[in-house]
Design a protein around this ligand. Sequence first.
Ligand SMILES: Nc1ncnc2c1ncn2[C@@H]1O[C@H](COP(=O)(O)OP(=O)(O)OP(=O)(O)O)[C@@H](O)[C@H]1O
Ligand SMILES: [Mg+2]
Length: 253
Amino acid sequence: MAEIISVLNRKGGVGKTTTTINLGKALSLLGKKVLLIDNDAQANLTEGLGVELEDGDPTIYQSYKFGSPLPIIEIDENFDMVPSGSELDAYQNEINADITRNYKLKKAIKPIRNNYDFILIDCPPSIGAFTANAVTASTKYLITAQAGSAFSTTGLIEVKDMIDNDVKEEINESIECLGILITFYRPNVSASEATVQQLTEMFPEDLLKSKIRFLTKMSEAPFLGRDIFSHAPNSDAANNYASLAMEILDKYN
Ligand SMILES: Nc1ncnc2c1ncn2[C@@H]1O[C@H](COP(=O)(O)OP(=O)(O)OP(=O)(O)O)[C@@H](O)[C@H]1O
Ligand SMILES: [Mg+2]
């Protein structure tokens, strides 16, 4: 049965989508069967993987609204995805009014969970109904923290508090922190190193050893609809995501 991992931070632009794509790809390259779920109306994961939908093609929206099977698209060997679209935005108010709202994604994943080793859920930068669905469905959560950004640390703390208090008490007692991942890391830049030091002190158990370096090629990859292993396979960032995948697999041995 797949491990289901929500990738979170309340702050925007801190590497959630990039991490979902590249950690997922790294796990698939290590032979794991991986499904990525785009759980964000921005649909950055869908675009970043180069998936182009035609009018009327199903997205995760139909699974939320009508309970339709997840529309799975194969990207590469061992590497599948579920697309999203902006129609999810309009659904926000409707889902808020539904008392079964937190369980929709969990229900949609159930029939396909056995087909994968890892299911990674890319979440929006907010603590709303779609993030609630992700953490309800997940066995683990991973928080990305942008090195050098105080606001990213605030967003991290808000999400972690929400899970450790509300989510564990009310909806998903067994969810665990898989780790906190530093992204946009620039060695020897003082603001970057300050984040590393702060998070090491605050979260000595949860902070992952792997860090993802800042790399311009990283922001080029989504324009091309490619992961970093296809775009810049020998880059520091590709090596960092490969190390992260191994660090995570080690946790299961
Ligand atoms: N290590 C990195 N080095 C340089 N640029 C990066 C790196 N990681 C991500 N980026 C770029 O930074 C931008 C924000 O990253 P990303 O979309 O992954 O963040 P996010 O947390 O998913 O944002 P949102 O909260 O809006 O969903 C993107 O343009 C991405 O290509
Ligand atoms: Mg994103």
